[in-house]
Design a binder for this molecule. Sequence first.
Ligand SMILES: Cc1cc2nc3c(=O)[nH]c(=O)nc-3n(C[C@H](O)[C@H](O)[C@H](O)COP(=O)(O)OP(=O)(O)OC[C@H]3O[C@@H](n4cnc5c(N)ncnc54)[C@H](O)[C@@H]3O)c2cc1C
Length: 573
Amino acid sequence: MTSKYETHEHDVLIIGAGGAGLRAALEALNQGARVAVVCKSLLGKAHTVMAEGGLAAAMANVDKADGWKPHFRDTMRGGKLLNNWRMAQIHAQEAPDRVRELEQWGALFDRTPTGDILQRAFGGHTYKRLCHVGDRTGLEMIRTLQDRGVEMGFDVFMECTVTKLLKDGERVAGAFAYWRESGRFVTFKAKTVVIATGGIGKSWAVTSNSWECTGDGMALAYEAGAELLDMEFVQFHPTGMVWPPGVKGILVTEAVRGEGGILRNKVGERFMEKYDPKRMELSTRDVVARSIYTEVKEGRGSPHGGAFLDISHKPAEYVKKKLPSMYHQFKDLADVDITKVPMEVGPTCHYVMGGIRVDAETAESSIKGLFAAGEAAAGLHGANRLGGNSLSDLLVFGRRAGLAAAQYAKTASMPNLDAGQIEQSEREVLAPFERTEGENPYTVHHDLQETMQSLVGIFRVEEDLKKALVELDRLKARAGKVRVEGSRLFNSGWHLSRDLNCMLTVSQAATRAALARQESRGAHSRLDFPKTDEEVWGKKNNIIARKGDQMTLFEVPRSEMPDEIQQVLAEDK
Ligand SMILES: Cc1cc2nc3c(=O)[nH]c(=O)nc-3n(C[C@H](O)[C@H](O)[C@H](O)COP(=O)(O)OP(=O)(O)OC[C@H]3O[C@@H](n4cnc5c(N)ncnc54)[C@H](O)[C@@H]3O)c2cc1C
């Protein structure tokens, strides 16, 4: 059937133009596939562009003892061993090649005096491992990948939001979307689809995430029948801005601590001595976030409810060179000169370790022909991600997803689009215009953010999580009745009415999984179950999947590590 809408046909459809989507596109093009990249924002503006501190790869340019094994160990230990070990191994082994390739394509990294790519220290990494471009690494990465993609010839559909994955039987067949500017509908027909839609931070009130991070890809995959893995693991970065209110949550890169930044409470105590005396400020994010939170709770917080982060002991020129964005961010937004006085910082919702369950080798999901990579996919980071391991994840698994999707497409026939599914997608998206009364989607979004912030935050308890589930059901009912006014021309209220459904789905998944996991591990801290329970919970992962209209949760055993990998893990350094 030919859709009544504008329809585009490709071998590989990539949803998302962040680091993962662009890297997937390059590999698929390399395999000779016809590739479409669809993204909500303009090309070059994906959330990855905000990445600051760097990308982790064991190049051993600064610390000669580094290699894939220490990187693998750090990643597994940081993830509290819940990681998919094979993904952690592939990631550690392939990341250096992905960085070299990026350099060959024109990325200009900071340099050592001998001309190698410079690497900096970061929390949880044993060695100096983060390749960086000042504190603007994501910008350089996106610029390089997109320039190459344009040169190689992918078709880009920007400011275009996908609202549904279309299926042909059990197989993915394409997607239904609308142009944000005109509100017109468009369908994509493809042999394979790669989801690279990023994170879910916009469900929380205080977040470092950009407006795009509404969990669309995870919700689309879930609705199409894919499994979501370990959604309870949501990372709160320890250092977001806390003041002034309008900028609360904006990230203060870990590179500040990597470059020697010191955390103090209001009485001047370097409090990390109490919580992790060995690693201090370079402890993992979960530990530092909980430490700041505890200092504030116990009355030793800074005036605006955070802690002080001080880099002013370093020469001003050095700070401006290594942390130019931080310098300008604080000067412009808070009128604070970080070369002279400390910053005020506090935890902010930053990253989700959970996501679409994928195969370690191919990044294929549990649906035929549907692949996922980057923050939308899960497995590599386990219970907690180390800083810098996301950008390398995007390159390593973005490439693998693009490769496998293109290879699959080589032998697959073009699927058929189903008129019924398209009509249903259209009805769902237009419903808020049909109602004569109903709430504004912004009010529901606000209430969702407050619910997740107060009940599914850094520290969790059964009572709060149960309350959150009841509240999420209510919010879902309210979201099903929202009304939008005006036309379909760039109507941001209408856009939000659709995003809201995705945010509610991923919020329910995160809360369900958080309630089920009766232990504390990595980023998931249960006050009522403060211990890490290796015997029971160390051996399994949580899966969320759809049965009919119901969200179901079940457990799967963690994949067994072969002996040689266990030995690598057991080695000390
Ligand atoms: C301020 C900040 C600094 C960071 N610094 C670092 C760092 O230094 N090192 C590191 O490793 N990690 C860092 N991170 C994390 C890292 O940036 C992200 O995890 C990563 O960029 C996610 O990349 P991605 O390709 O998966 O998705 P994104 O870059 O989020 O891209 C998602 C894409 O999907 C598109 N999209 C979403 N939904 C739809 C839809 N429905 N239809 C069509 N398109 C859609 C978006 O438009 C976008 O193009 C940082 C994060 C933040 C917030």
